[in-house]
Design a protein around this ligand. Structure first.
Ligand code: PLP
Length: 426
């Protein structure tokens, strides 16, 4: 890609907000193009134009299933991450309510995306019980809190795979195994009436994970997994929910009964084709791209540490592969850098960086319209000053070392300038 040109004369933008959204890569644009105009048929139709669209849907479903290591009929296409999350959470709750007049308990965490937090808050207002487990200073879930929170009427655990603000990669496999064990113990308790047992469903929000970490649903032991296209060089408002066979959900959108009755509405064929292409490419390039970005990430962090005083990295310390520990377990997303500077206004810094054609985010891109402090930075126990002085750089496919060198130079100057001005005012 020739970079993100903003016009002939203007300087190229250095985009470092890939966790918010990504540009659609050219291969994806090419794959989608025929389905926008020429092959525009409705997949439900019986004539050739419809069948052609149906075939594109089928093959997209299969390629996504092969990345997730599941069956094609376990993929439900939705209009993005938020919708998949809502379908998982509200769909499970509605199904629970169908079978039980009262009760119903959900476990999630304090650092989830607002799509999860606001969905469970809405359910709490309807009478469901919700427990939000806490995290360590590095953003790892407190598993002892999770174990203690389980109740006989717990029907859903929703915990994210990787955090969008501070990049923490959570031990989803371990949690998946724990939930399985609890479910099998429950069944043993009531072997005579297995139909009375409500298994706990385990949902994970993997919106930041595709293309960086393993999203094999068998290894993860998840029942539900949310994925979106707009974070992996696919089109916006695309995504899917993996729904394990046997898992019962009620729909949240009613209509023509598409997607096995779980998501009515004429399928977004070009979007689905683009999403499938983007995920397949991201999966193929995952290992190489992860290594490249980890190296760039660690380079940038170490350079900032040397250049700017009173700075800290938020989230887990990056652990990369060494000769001593070849089978390392990644703890931080390869593209995530979240920093806090003392005596700095992060929002002002973002605006000044933009004036230098650098696009970065404050604490959380999703809440930039609100002035509320980031709930994730609060959850890891960061002081108010450091929350205020936080900035997130997320790297991606088109990030280069030269770009990061320029950002480093600009950032160092802007921080020094802002600190000097603040001192003068004080
Ligand atoms: C982006 C994101 C979402 C929401 O996805 P949309 O496609 O924007 O609806 C949910 N969870 C996480 C972790 C995300 O990063």
């Amino acid at each position: 890609m020739k970079a993100l040109h903003m016009g002939k004369r203007e300087r190229k933008t250095i985009y470092l907000d890939y966790a918010a959204t990504t540009p659609v890569r050219p291969e994806v644009v090419r794959a989608m193009a025929p389905f926008l105009a020429k092959k525009f048929g409705n997949p439900s139709a019986l004539y050739k134009l419809g069948l052609e669209a149906q075939e594109a849907l089928n093959s997209s479903r299969s390629s996504i299933a092969s990345v997730l290591n599941c069956r094609a009929d376990e993929i439900v296409f939705t209009a993005g991450g938020s919708e998949s999350i809502n379908l998982a959470i509200l769909g499970a709750a509605k199904n629970f309510r169908k079978n039980h007049k009262a009760g119903g308990h959900i476990i999630t965490s304090t650092i989830e995306h607002h799509a999860v937090l606001h969905a469970v808050d809405a359910l709490a207002a309807e009478g469901f019980s919700v427990t939000k487990i806490g995290v360590t200073e590095e953003g790892f879930f407190k598993l002892d809190e999770l174990k203690k929170a389980i109740r006989p009427d717990t029907f859903l655990v929703s915990l994210m795979y990787a955090n969008n603000e501070i990049g923490t990669i959570e031990p989803i496999t371990e949690i998946g195994k724990l939930v399985r064990k609890i479910n099998s113990d429950r069944i043993k308790l009531v072997t005579r009436h297995p139909s009375l047992v409500t298994p706990i469903l385990f949902h994970t929000d993997a919106c930041q994970s595709g293309g960086y970490i393993d999203i094999d649903v068998q290894k993860l032991h998840v029942d539900l997994l949310t994925l979106n296209g707009s974070k992996l060089y696919g089109p916006k408002q695309t995504g899917c929910l993996f729904v394990r066979r046997g898992v019962r959900l009620e729909p949240i959108i009613y209509g023509g009964g598409q997607e096995k009755n779980l998501r009515s509405g004429t399928e977004n064929v070009p979007g689905i084709v683009g999403f499938a292409k983007a995920l397949t490419l991201a999966h193929q390039e995952q290992e190489q791209e992860t290594r490249r970005l980890e190296a760039l990430r660690d380079y940038f962090i170490s350079r900032v540490e040397k250049s700017i005083a009173h700075m800290q990295l938020n989230g887990p310390a990056p652990r990369t592969e060494t000769k001593k520990a070849p089978a390392y377990i990644p703890s931080r997303l390869p593209n995530n850098i979240n920093l806090s500077f003392a005596n700095i206004d992060g929002e002002a810094l973002v605006i000044y960086l933009d004036a230098h054609h650098i696009a970065a985010a404050t604490g959380s891109a999703c809440t930039s319209q609100s002035t509320d402090p980031s709930h994730v930075l609060e959850a890891i126990g960061l002081s108010k000053t450091y929350i205020r002085g936080s900035i997130r750089f997320t790297l991606g496919k088109y990030t280069t070392k030269a770009e990061l060198d320029f950002v480093l130079k600009t950032l160092t100057a802007l921080v020094a300038q802002q600190r000097k001005t603040t001192q003068q005012i004080l």
